[in-house]
Design a protein. Structure first.
Lengths: 611, 238
């Protein structure tokens, strides 16, 4: 099992990191002059900035164009404390980091709700406002002429005077920043960030508080920027506002993009390269800037995954025949001896009551003038399998989205074990024990199959950011347990052979099965399946029926939407029929099949006769 | 009409094609069945030019078209109705149809051909006429499938590649779509149909190929395959 953890793609080797830092440590003695060591200091600062930004942009897929502002805030807070109050940089730096983190937290609450360009614009605004503050608050910051007389770094009696001193100091911090980032990337946090960057909806549905996760990583990267800012201020000892401009934010984004967005080493490569490149081009005089631009264009054109992308594995290598062979003789890859359902004896063991689990009461949902669901009521009892059928566009999926907290109902209420769910976000419902799949498949395409299923375990394990950042043993143990649980869930749907394949490379029907496994890994009380048999062939549908029956035998209730009548009629206890948003029938499969209204709007004569 | 020989494709590490050969004669409706991940969609996408083959040959009317770009394949008379419909959700029904005609030759009669195509789509699917200004993303699943087929028909293809048109559709609508495919075939369009519901596909098809892990393992007349014991056990559910 240990091996499989190590084989998960995108894991960063600690040995590689140590080797890199060891190599970095001897660089000053190889350089011919102190000016180049100074360039090395800047490279270290930019590595801290870029690595932090990469966590936000590359992993969580949230654009930030305001990081120069956080860099400046870190510089100004500790510089002002130093100049006005004579505070040591060793105290000023953590205070600055706390202030910057608090600012990032507060501005993150509204802005991180936005996505893509809008988030870019909002963060750009933050950066611009911060830079304006550095200029306008001249009583404190010295305004546009800047702030001089900042205390330099020291270590007890040793004053840092040479660039080499600062080089070592900055790279110690860069090493720490890299270590924490590596721990996060290798932990559940990295997986969750990549997941929410690819599908917010699916991450929420699996119990991930996406807003909180985004905010945490945003704050962390702002703290990284702040630390870099303080290191810089006490190194140069004179700061002025013009370097904390929008342009510098763009350069930071470029470092991440050129190096390889979302690749751990990408940010390092990009930061070092964009620090060295202007120096290397200096001898070309007037041609420096155009050549710099040309180099960037060439990289972006020919290396869309950045420079580190050249060396990154595309995905795990799967032997040409090896991975497929298990299926060769059995077109339906279900195991003959079905594994036991997941953890029926978990601490959350169902109380076994035969009471009502889910109550849908008078639920309506209106979109503008369209009433997608009208005054719909039904129940799901403990241990029941209930199907919702009806013509395309009848409002079945809308109803699912209301029940699982993705839509707020226009009227009516949904209760789960007697508790009204109205107003709770989707991830809270997931943690209460509602687990769903999506009609159109919402997997995390670049994550491997097993990683997708591991996100299903998030319901039990929110938080743990600090533990993950420091690589404490607790989170690592939990990861092993989650992996084992994910593998069991995959075995239940018969896809364990594809565990290490990126989800995007699977056929549609297989993707649907991965979603079922992901929902099962959550060990839900109520499993909501939206068209689980779509994309499955006849025999695979039979397997799906068995699977649903097995899930119920493990104590999980099921609510499903499905068009395959053989499955619906074969597995459900009761069936609800929707048409134009209204419930037109409810009853046992036999009753519903005889219902003339259901035959007319949905089944048609042929199917009614066959089924 | 279509001749595929020794076709192999690598498309992600999992579902690839290995040495696939098949042929479709003009006017036939040929079904392609097989398990999930067997490579059915990949085969259709490779014929349509969306996936570059690693080896093998695709010939249309005896002319080698291996590895041609998708737009060239459309001009050659091959159109794909993609899996999961893939309509342009934020565009109207009419926009979707007109985009289907993008590859029509830009001559003087481009506009009139486009309009004729749209009119033909409305004739086949009267429900689309009433929804011409509605955004495709707001259509029901069945209507989206009709739109996807209508869009593919805009260039008046001789060979229509249909990737699982029944996916996620209500039983009544599935029956309607299958009827429509039979109508199209009778009107002279050759059809290669990928379908998970093997029994239903075999009932409408002339011939069928069974794909397993990227290779053709069985082929024959649809009526024979419906009685094939091996197939019954594996795909028809007894």
């Amino acid at each position: 099992m240990v091996d499989v953890v190590a084989r998960l793609p995108g894991r960063v080797s600690g040995r590689a990191l140590l080797a890199f830092l060891a190599a970095v440590a001897v660089v000053p003695w190889l350089l011919p002059n102190q000016y180049l060591v100074h360039v090395g200091v800047l490279a270290g600062l930019y590595v801290i900035l870029a690595v932090g930004l990469n966590l936000v942009m590359g992993y969580a897929n949230q654009v930030s164009l305001g990081h120069a502002g956080f860099y400046g805030l870190g510089a100004y807070v500790s510089a002002v404390l130093s100049v006005r109050y004579g505070l040591s940089p060793w105290l000023g730096m953590p205070i600055a980091a706390a202030v910057t983190g608090a600012v990032a937290y507060v501005v993150g609450i509204p802005t991180l709700r936005l996505t893509s360009y809008y988030l870019g614009m909002a963060t750009l605004g933050i950066g611009v406002v911060l830079q304006l503050a550095f200029v306008q608050l001249h009583g404190i910051t010295g305004g546009s002429s800047g702030l001089a007389g900042i205390l330099p770094w020291d270590l007890g009696p040793v004053r840092f005077t040479t660039s080499t001193h600062h080089y070592l100091l900055v790279w110690v911090f860069a090493g720490a920043a890299l270590w924490v980032a590596r721990n996060l990337v290798n932990s559940r946090v990295g997986r969750v960030l990549r997941a929410l960057g690819e599908s917010l909806a699916a991450a929420e549905a699996m119990g991930v508080d996406t807003a909180a996760e985004k905010r945490r990583v945003f704050v962390l990267s702002a703290v990284y920027a702040s630390v870099a800012g303080s290191l810089y201020a006490h190194y140069i000892t004179v700061i002025s506002p013009e370097i904390y401009s929008f342009l510098f934010s763009v350069v930071l984004v470029l470092m991440v993009a050129i190096g390889g967005i979302g690749l751990y080493w990408g940010a390092v490569v990009g930061a070092v390269l964009l620090t060295i490149l202007p120096e290397a081009l200096r001898k070309f005089g007037d041609w420096e800037v155009p050549l710099y631009g040309l180099a960037l264009i060439v990289v972006i054109l020919f290396l869309p995954r950045g420079i580190a992308g050249l060396f990154a594995r595309k995905g795990p290598r799967v032997g040409a025949a090896g991975a497929r062979s298990p299926e060769r003789d059995a077109p339906a890859p279900a195991p003959t001896a079905p594994p036991a359902p997941l953890a029926p004896s978990s601490p959350r063991a169902r109380d076994g009551g035969s009471g009502l689990l889910l109550e849908v009461r008078g639920v309506s949902k209106q979109f503008g003038g369209v009433r997608a669901v009208r005054d719909c009521s039904f129940d799901v009892a403990e241990g029941e399998i209930k199907a919702v059928i009806g013509p395309n566009g009848a409002g079945k999926t809308t109803l699912f989205n209301v029940i699982t907290g993705f839509y707020a109902p226009t009227a009516g209420v949904v209760r789960f074990r007697g508790r009204a769910l109205t107003g709770l976000p989707a991830h809270r419902l997931a943690r209460l024990g509602l687990s769903r799949t999506f009609q159109n498949v919402q997997l995390f395409p670049s994550l491997t199959v097993v990683e997708n299923v591991m996100i299903g375990c998030e319901r039990d394990a929110p938080g743990g950011f600090l533990g993950a950042a420091l690589a404490l043993p607790g989170p690592r143990r939990r990861m092993r347990a989650e992996l084992a649980r994910a593998e069991r869930a995959l075995a239940i749907v018969g896809l364990e052979a594809l565990a290490l394949v990126p989800a995007a490379d699977l056929a549609f029907g297989q993707q649907k099965l991965v979603e079922v496994a992901r929902a099962l890994a959550a060990d839900p009380t109520l499993l909501l399946l939206d068209e689980p048999a779509a994309g499955l062939n006849t025999l695979e549908k039979v397997e799906m029926m068995r699977l649903i029956a097995r899930v119920r035998a493990g104590g999980i209730s099921v609510l499903l939407i499905e068009h395959d009548m053989r499955l619906v009629m074969g597995v459900s206890d009761r069936v609800v029929v929707l048409d134009h948003g209204e419930k037109i029938a409810e009853g046992s499969p036999a009753e519903v099949q005889r219902d003339p209204a259901v035959i007319r709007v949905y089944l048609g004569e042929d199917v009614a006769a066959v089924a | 009409m279509l001749e595929v020989s020794g076709l192999s494709a690598r498309y992600g590490p999992v579902h690839a094609l290995r040495d696939v050969s098949l042929e479709i004669r003009a006017g036939e409706l040929v079904a392609l069945i097989g398990a999930n991940g067997a490579g059915k969609s990949t085969l259709l996408r490779t014929i349509a030019g969306l996936v570059a083959p690693a080896a093998g040959r695709v010939a249309l009317d005896g002319r080698d078209v291996t590895g041609q770009a998708p737009e060239a394949m459309i001009r050659a008379g091959v159109a794909l109705v993609p899996e999961r419909r893939r309509v342009f959700a934020p565009l109207t029904v009419l926009d979707n149809l007109e985009l289907g005609g993008y590859a029509l030759p830009r001559g003087r009669d481009f506009r009139s051909r486009l309009e004729a195509g749209v009119e033909e789509a409305y004739r086949l699917f009267p429900v689309l006429r009433g929804r011409r200004d509605q955004l495709a993303g707001t259509l029901s699943g069945g209507e989206q499938q009709m739109l996807a087929i209508g869009r593919a028909l805009m260039t008046r293809p001789r060979l229509l590649l249909c990737d699982e048109p029944s996916l996620g559709l209500a039983p009544l609508v599935v029956a309607e779509i299958m009827r429509l495919l039979s109508t199209l075939r009778e009107a002279g369009t050759t059809i290669l149909l990928v379908e998970q519901n093997a029994r239903m596909a075999l009932r409408s098809a002339d011939r069928a190929y069974v794909l397993e892990v990227g290779s053709v393992v069985l082929s024959g007349l649809a009526t024979d395959l419906l009685e094939d014991d091996q197939l019954k056990a594996a795909y028809l559910g007894g």
